[in-house]
Ligand binder design. Structure first.
Ligand code: FES
Ligand SMILES: [Fe+2]
Length: 387
């Protein structure tokens, strides 16, 4: 697998910026109204226009094997993923068609099941959603075939990730939705990875504040000065839009030595790239990927309210390093990034900013030219929410 053209162009941009000592930033300062982070009406429009209409990442493919089901409650709708014996993955509402009981409780991992049996009166469903058995079926009127099957949701699997639209009225077309990201994602071989750890938590901040934090390198030097800044340059980045999605490289210190070579050649392998720059994507609307040098942070967000969010962070590691002797290394790494960097630094700031919004000190927040990707993201949110 060679370096995708879009990534090669970003790396070349970084090389030029480093060699010329001239960062290349956006054209204009942007102002984002504080109301976008506070208003219940805007929150409702975002839930409807983004979180009930667009494909959202609900799992990594490795989290559910053939003959297993996996509940997912991250998105405010009880989802049930089911992979049949042939490997086909489907998504349903985790709700019985009899009197509405929740079908499968969340145990934190996929559960092997030949069929799904409702714990209330025992209606039994196949993993393709079809109703297989009703206790005392003669007590019920006949109904058209399929009328009592589980409610299916649009679902598709691509690049090692599972996307679901959490609304039965929705539809899914990942070719059209992902656009140029379809050419970039295969390079990272996400399907080959394995989930080492998932952490889910709620925080009192608007969900967009978290996305904002991952869209600009401006804060790295100050906020992360004792944690990750020693590995990064100051404000050197290159970003590109694929529809509403944003892909970027943030230059690491190693890029300086590389760019200083008289004939510096772009690495064609992931490892080489990830030494020079950290690739990161905002897969619209709510997923952030961060390709650290040797593992992937996959973060998904959900706005549980205008001023609250659910954070789900999966740490994905290479399969050949998923052995017990590697576990202490991954434990330490996960603690450092999840607790040390994300919780204590990025999320802490989001929560503090949200508290500041309530004071009315700012009518809008200001994003400088070094933070241009915020303008792209907020414009996409606004248009998808119909605002
Ligand atoms: S509610 Fe599920 S079988 Fe009755
Ligand atoms: Fe950060």
């Amino acid at each position: 697998m060679t370096l995708p053209a879009s990534t090669a162009a970003q790396l070349e941009s970084i090389r030029v910026q480093v060699a010329s000592q001239q960062p290349r930033w956006g054209d204009a300062e942007t102002h984002i109204p504080v109301q976008r982070y506070l208003s219940p009406e805007i929150w409702r429009a975002e839930v409807q226009g983004l979180f009930r209409s667009l494909p959202l990442i609900a799992a990594h493919s490795s989290e559910i094997a053939p003959g297993q089901v996996l509940p997912n409650d991250s998105y405010g709708v009880p989802l049930l993923l089911a992979r049949d014996a042939h490997g086909e993955l489907r998504a349903f509402l985790n709700v019985c068609r009899h009197r509405g009981m929740r079908l499968v409780e969340d145990t934190g991992r996929a559960q092997p099941k030949a069929s799904v049996v409702c714990p209330y009166h025992g209606w039994t469903y196949k993993l393709d959603g079809g109703l297989r058995h009703m206790l005392h079926a003669e007590a019920f009127d006949p109904c058209p075939a399929g009328a009592r099957d589980l409610v299916a949701l649009p679902c598709a699997e691509r690049h090692g990730l599972v996307w679901v639209v959490p609304s039965a009225e929705g539809s899914i077309d990942l070719d059209a939705f992902l656009g140029g990201l379809n050419d970039e994602l295969p390079f990272y071989e996400i399907a080959q990875l394995k989930v080492f750890r998932t952490i889910e938590a709620e925080y009192p901040a608007n969900w967009k504040l978290i996305v904002d934090a991952f869209l600009e390198p401006y804060h790295i030097r100050v906020l992360h000065k004792d944690t990750i800044y020693p590995f990064f340059t100051d404000g050197i980045t290159a970003a590109e839009r694929f529809g509403p999605h944003i892909s970027s490289l943030v230059a690491r210190r190693a890029v300086q030595e590389w760019a200083a070579q008289p004939r510096c050649v772009a690495p064609q392998e992931q490892d080489g790239l990830r030494e020079l720059a950290t690739p990161s994507q905002v897969i619209f609307p709510n997923t952030i990927t961060i390709f650290h040098p040797d593992y992937l942070s996959l973060i998904t967000l959900y706005p549980t309210g205008p001023e609250t969010l659910r954070w789900t962070h999966r740490m994905l590691i290479p399969q050949d390093k998923a052995t017990p002797d590697w576990a202490p290394h991954w434990e330490k790494t996960f603690r450092l990034i999840e607790q040390g960097v994300f919780q204590k630094e990025d999320i802490h700031c989001a929560v503090r900013i949200q508290q500041g919004f309530a004071t009315g000190a700012n009518e809008y927040v200001t994003a400088g030219r070094v933070e241009q990707a915020l303008a792209w993201f907020h414009e996409s949110v606004r248009s998808h929410a119909g605002l």
